[in-house]
Design a protein around this ligand. Sequence first.
Ligand code: MSP
Length: 512
Amino acid sequence: MKTKYITTPLYYVNGDPHIGHSYTNVVTDTLARFYRLDGNKVFFLTGTDEHGQKIKKEAENAGLEPGDYADKVAVKFKNLWKELNIQYDDFIRTTEARHIVTVKKALIKLYKQGDLYVGKYEGWYCTPCETFWQAKEINDGLCPDCHRKVDHIEEQNYFFRLSKYQKWLLDFLKSNPSFIQPSIRYNETISFLENNMLQDLCITRPKARLSWGIEVPFSKEHVVYVWFDALLNYISACSWGRNTFRFRSLWPADIHLLGKDILRQHAVYWPIMLRALGVAMPRMVFAHGWWLVKGEKMSKSKGNILDPYYLINKYGLDSYRYFLLREVPFGLDGSFSEDTFIFRFNSDLANDLGNLVNRTINMIQKYFNGTIPIKNKVSDPLLKDLEEQSKLLFEKVRLHMYKLEFSDALSEIWKVINKANKLIELQAPWSMFKNNETDKLGELMYALAESLRIVTVAIFPFMPNAASKIWDQLGIPYDLQKTRLNSIKKFFFLKKKIHVKQPQPIFPRIKV
Ligand code: MSP
């Protein structure tokens, strides 16, 4: 089975990471954990984008050389990923030798085969976005994306013949409609290609204007345009042109995950670059929405960013991950506010999941001296119903996760949690205990423990720490990290005598 190769964008090192950046990494980590749980090998790549004008400017502001400045900020990204329990397999920096070699190799190949030419570049450039715009795309001298001032630029540069591949790309996209997801982004790309003659892409900068970049191997006067440099990370990390065996074992990437603001680079430039290099297409490009604050994209330049550490320190890592994945269907924009965060925390985590764990373990302690009463069937129709719904969770979660429907997967899991909680109310175990209905009470406790086991495996990719704590409190003697998703297909999986621990609240309610 081919290793699942999934990527995040490389983050610019021009500032501290914020919630928006952490989103793609939390999502990709959840997906990677899910794939592993489902028995796949995974290669999860993330990293930092370290060349270009704006990095140079920030370094100057900080009184540092760009390389030293990049070293400092790259560590901040790594630290945040550690804090968020992001289990990546590789972290690539565009200033690393393995990447620089690849970029040079790619350029030489394109140059030799006539895909590059020298021309005069005259046009509009947005430095914060590191993007060229056509005159018709800019509004009142402002960038159509970030609405900041664009600069007029005139210089000799190397161009990449994108236009030559326009027809090929349209044909490719039309025969692969699932290549760009969600479909709104696919339609957007098709209409961009149909309405705009694709312009050739200026892929160098004169060194005299910008020295912080990879030197063009056939022109000492130029460095490589930061986007052309950065996109190639996806093949430099898996050894394209350096180790064919390794490259073949990883490429094509299964999913490139990114924000909708960088769709064009990934859905137009990147496939064309690969085509020109003779490299197979990735399987999917998924562009997610933005986290907004009061209707505006959260970003450093807007000054409306929220510090992930503030939320993690106050409310815990798992609720942070849960909120990002549950609150908004993946692909759409979402509004971030601390109030909504607290609301979700209290209702879904403290009330629903937290209570189920706490009540179940407490009751097993109280009614069965802390040992789960083992059963091999349940007879009560309500318990049978819980059994059925728990078993169905396997397919439902799988289906949603392979479609990147994280919020839907979670809401399916919550249906089981809610059903189990309701069952406790309906069956009133405290009365069974009073009336000495030990068999009935045992069946109920077993069914609750089993469905909780299933729920815990299912939430593991989303909230690895909380899942491990629940697992531990349930006293299940298998390693959750090594558990496979198909273990939740079965009810009556718990067969040994299992001693639960003393319950500890995992999501203590936030007082408002
Ligand atoms: N360096 C380029 C990507 C190169 S990939 C070869 C870049 N970097 S970035 O740091 O500006 O953005 C990285 C990612 O963070 C993008 O996918 C972007 O959409 C995401 N986000 C930044 N702010 C965001 C929100 N407010 N909400 C959600 N994601 C956002 O672009």
